[in-house]
Design a protein around this ligand. Sequence first.
Ligand code: SF4
Length: 239
Amino acid sequence: MLKEFANQNVKELVEGLNFAEKVDRALTLIEAAWKKYGERLVVANSLGKDSVVIWDLAKRVSPDIPGFIVTTRYKPAETVRFMHEQVARYPELRVFRNEVEIPEELYKTDPDRCCDLLKVEPTRQAVDEMNVACWVTGLRCTEGRTRTDFQEVEERDAGLVKLNPVLIWYEREIWQYLAVYQVPVNPLYARGYRSLGCAPCTHISQGADERAGRWIGTSKCGGECGIHTRPLKTAASRS
Ligand code: SF4
């Protein structure tokens, strides 16, 4: 069943399906993965708008689907408050955070290293500790230049399937879902942010590229923290 979702013409799906069809497709995808992987199906919840849609869809499939949040010392206060609200409501959301000592303002001098330590490492830890076989993300192919080359189901990392159930949704359809199903979002969106991350690396931006406000002034501008591009399976979790 899940195989049917791999190697699709993603562009055709983005343009060809309407909102309701996309919601049905996402639910079907999560349901199929839940049947196949059970509690080894885990949602990665970044607390951004796409993630809260994914989380809501997953909870519609089964309240038992587990999830994890990766947070850092640099998250804005609003995001931290929103995280505490979400965890209080959904205790099945585990929080991972890397407390390692790092040079001051590493986000300025080497943002790739900073993201690697503070975001990618705890994601690896979550995958490992939660014994994840299939992780679910809120990645969307219309979100920016770095997100066009993905599939709804993929296995870039041997032994770790990735499910991207809202891959084919427009930004507008994410907001449509949040409004129609009255899903609470991070209050920072009301201030004009379109893509959320750590405070020093996230700015309010306008224009076609939704992620243009990320890592402004660095080589990473509009780019990725690495959790979607770097291997997540450690040697230990592979064996
Ligand atoms: S987003 Fe910025 S502060 Fe956060 S981990 Fe990456 S470089 Fe560091």
